[in-house]
Design a protein around this ligand. Structure first.
Ligand SMILES: [Zn+2]
Length: 99
């Protein structure tokens, strides 16, 4: 039997996940620097300058976006700079993640 108080505690445990706000520090992170921007409409979102889309401003979500197939494809299409080739190779070696 679950009484009221116990239910309350379970509900609290479930809602432990907190929304993260966009962090300017990400703009200096090697993984995100070249595509991340703040979302002007929502401080809990980040924008991908390459895919032109909003992403939840959470490290895990951003990490996943950085190696997702669509993102890498968009990047490859947009980027013709040879200086990025090495970095590009590095990313393409990572097993692509669907997003
Ligand atoms: Zn992207």
């Amino acid at each position: 039997m679950i009484d009221g108080e116990e239910k309350f505690h379970i509900a609290r445990r479930k809602s432990k996940h907190r929304s993260q706000k966009y962090r300017v520090a990400w703009e200096y992170d090697r993984t995100f620097a070249w595509w991340i921007a703040p979302d002007p409409d929502n401080s809990y979102k980040a924008r991908c300058k390459i895919c032109n889309k909003s992403i939840t401003a959470e490290k895990q979500v951003l990490d996943k976006h950085a190696i997702c197939k669509r993102h890498l494809k968009n990047w490859a299409l947009k980027s013709e700079s040879e200086t990025l080739t090495l970095l590009k190779t590095y990313y393409l070696e990572i097993e692509n993640v669907l997003c």
